[in-house]
Design a protein around this ligand. Structure first.
Ligand SMILES: *Cc1c(COP(=O)(O)O)cnc(C)c1O
Length: 432
């Protein structure tokens, strides 16, 4: 399998190179050259297959022969070492819970898969040691830290804005040690992101083989397809058309779902639900892509003004309005609506949605009004405990603290403070 850059000025490369580079040299996102649908037999018997088997079939063509079959199976088995239950919260409305991994957010799957792929390439010594450099506004940092912990040949440096991530999120990225370094930045998320971008362009740092671990990296993006297969496997017996609603920020998750459909997965419609950061809903209305500076909301993992993966969705739909409209909707919701949805679902069913799941719920309900013959799935991307302040405030209820979280609550935070790019650079040059 080869990948091309969506800017079309870089050479085509294989899976390994694309994972190591992250972004193409022309700054475009990598995209698979061929997407071959799976056999109909696979979908006919999907309910008899394990999650591991399904994941392997879904991703094998994208990895090609660059990781041997038995190694790829190992990577998948280690990546998916937790459950993905689907819970009916109303008639024909289901929540697919993607938060049972080590950091309790859906980014665990992508981070674990990418870390293990890089670990494999290092084991084979097919490239030099590298440094994963990421800026995080919350969930990415924890998932990347946990996913990459102890992976041979990979150093991880995480930048996060002082005072802008929750206490739990900060602990998840500052208490691990080993190959994980946390840097607390005097500034906001955009300052962290700017420093990371500057480092990628800095010739003095080239020998560190910097790579990113955001969903622009194909090894973080592609495994998110699995969720959509798992949902279908569990709901196939209903025999109704399936609508899936994703709470969307950088649009990596929903983009993976659309790719799954290209492989033949029978999903009838996708809903990209957003908060006030409504660049995509506005695009669908007037067909003009006009990114805006992000605004802060309750569902802060989706506070993105210029979603990085949307370009991949445009590619998948041939940038054609009619093709988009056939299966894709996108709606924006306010914080007030999000709170109201959390309350009404909790009141009616006792089910606790955190703010991202609540936005997805709102999008799903809106779509099901137009397609009442369908069954609906929302992706619940984080455990309520990760947004405990909002959940307690809105629902007047304290979720039980799961083991993954209680085990880090008393651990010492270890980080360095930085306030400028020069300090970041000095730190990177003096590492090890
Ligand atoms: C990252 C994140 C999202 C958004 O996912 P994208 O793939 O960027 O659209 C939604 N919910 C939570 C909890 C997240 O951490």
């Amino acid at each position: 399998m080869r990948y091309f850059s969506l800017h079309h000025y870089s050479p085509k490369i294989g899976f390994r190179e694309a994972v190591i580079q992250g972004l193409a040299p022309d700054k475009g996102l990598y995209f698979p050259e061929i997407i071959a649908p799976l056999d109909s037999d696979f979908f006919d018997s999907i309910e008899t297959l394990s999650d591991y088997q399904i994941a392997f079939e879904a991703i094998r063509q994208f990895v090609g022969d660059e990781i041997p079959e038995h190694e790829l199976k190992n990577i998948i088995n280690e990546t998916l070492s937790f459950d993905f239950p689907i819970i009916e919260i109303e008639k024909d409305v289901y929540s697919l819970e993607l938060f049972h991994g080590p950091t309790m957010a859906f980014k665990d799957v992508g981070a674990r898969f990418m870390a293990r792929c890089l670990g494999y390439f290092n084991r084979e010594r097919t490239h030099a040691r590298n440094t994963v450099l990421v800026a995080t506004s919350g969930d990415t940092g924890g998932a990347v830290a946990s996913g990459f912990l102890g992976v041979p040949g990979v150093d991880v440096v995480i930048l996060y804005p002082n005072g802008k991530v929750s206490d739990i999120q900060e602990r998840q990225l500052t208490t691990l040690g080993q190959n994980i370094t946390a840097l607390r930045v005097d500034g906001v998320f955009d300052d962290c992101q700017d420093m990371v971008k500057q480092a990628f362009l800095d010739k003095d740092l080239q020998h560190l083989n910097l790579t990113s671990a955001n969903s622009i990296n194909i090894a973080r993006w592609l495994p998110q397809m699995f969720y959509f297969f798992f949902a279908y496997k569990q709901l196939k017996k209903s025999r109704k058309p399936m609508v899936v609603s994703c709470p969307s920020g950088n649009f990596g998750n929903i983009c993976a779902g659309i790719l799954a459909k290209k492989l033949g997965l029978p999903i009838s419609r996708f809903v990209a639900a957003t908060n006030a950061n409504d660049t995509v809903p506005r695009f669908l209305e007037n067909w003009k892509y006009e990114p805006k500076a992000s605004v802060q909301t309750l569902s802060n993992a989706m506070d993105v003004g210029n979603p990085s993966n949307f370009i991949r969705i445009r590619e998948l739909y041939g940038d054609d309005k009619a093709t988009f409209e056939k299966e894709f909707s996108s709606y924006a919701f306010s914080d007030a609506e999000t709170r109201q949805a959390m309350k009404s679902v909790y009141g009616n069913s006792g089910y606790v949605l955190e703010p991202h799941g609540a936005v997805a719920y709102l999008g799903l309900k809106k779509e099901l009004e137009k397609h009442p013959e369908s069954i609906g799935v929302l992706l619940e991307t984080a455990h309520p405990v990760k947004f405990i302040d909002v959940v307690e405030d809105v629902l007047d209820f304290t979720p039980q603290i799961p083991d993954q979280i209680s085990s880090i609550i008393d651990k010492q935070k270890v980080f360095s403070n930085i306030s400028s790019y020069e300090e970041l650079k000095t730190l990177l040059l003096n590492k090890k």
